[in-house]
Write a protein that binds this ligand. Sequence first.
Ligand code: TXA
Ligand code: MG
Length: 350
Amino acid sequence: METIIAKAYRDGKIDRDVIAKAGSIVKAGGLVAFPTETVYGLGGDALNARSSAKIYEAKGRPSDNPLIVHIARWRQISKIVKQVPPAAKLLAERFLPGPLTMIFEKAECVPGETTGGLETVAVRFPSHPVAQAFIKEAGGFVAAPSANRSGRPSPTVAKYVIEDLDGRVDMILDGGESDIGLESTIIDLTAEKPVILRPGFITQEMLAQVLKEVEADQIILDGSSLQRPKAPGMKYRHYAPKGSLTIVEGDISKVRDYINKELGIQRKAGKITGVIATKETADEYHADSVKNIGGRQDEEAVAHNLFRILREFDEEGIEVIYAEGFESKGVGFAVMNRLLKAAGHQCIRL
Ligand code: TXA
Ligand code: MG
């Protein structure tokens, strides 16, 4: 299939003709990749079972992994969920539009193909102006996973969407770089207590300012713990770069010395090496490619740059990658959750 690649902005304004075209493609059952403030999404009509089936096929994603339904007006929520609990209203007032996805009991009109066969539906109201304009033109309900091939890092610029999906979707809207760079926080509101299923830019502490109780799911707690995993490599590898990635945690000078020693061994063996370093340490590594991901205390910069850096290592043909570990506080918790998955939980604690 021929993929239309179009800039979403023209002379600094949203190009209404381009957005109208994108909307009509989705209404006709086609797929359009679009920018959001978190990462790019691959959108189809959420209420059309065939569109959702196409999304799974284009991504190469297992069809039991549910999609998020994106809306562009909060009041539209009542059409796709059974009820909106008070907690959701409070969260919406505080955080929406923005990088928070909430899970509800689904209404009849949402097909099982969209929800991976579940009776619940994930709903997100993004703040990105291009996403909002596109969702409105597309009929109001856009099912969208991140716009990467399954298992690859989520794309934060159109270039990486094109790399993964050119020829597999009808249109790719280029709206520049995503601000946040990590996918939305997901909170499940269908259980007795709200539970965070995926950490993100909206942290547990922020959610706790609005909700009486909010817990993090045990799986993400285990996945992000600083302890050495009991069975490295046992968990599903996600966001994975092509090279082998190892996280090294501990006192920063020990981490630096350890990584440099390992780099020496790998380079002697003829491997092309890379390091994810911070502003403070980037000059101190001896690798073929050293990436400065941001200041050690600037978790938001680290979140913003992570997926792009993983993709850049692939472009450079890096075979062995070491990453410094980050403190699991604030957005750092979401960063470590993604980094550990990217590394297949290969993590060394010094
Ligand atoms: O920031 C984001 O959320 C991006 C942008 C495009 O909006 N989207 C995104 O979608 O990250 P995706 O498909 O890559 O991740 C959605 C996650 C999956 O882990 C999926 O299992 C979970 O949301 N999910 C979706 N519906 C669910 C449901 N009803 N119950 C539990 N988990 C659900
Ligand atoms: Mg994804």
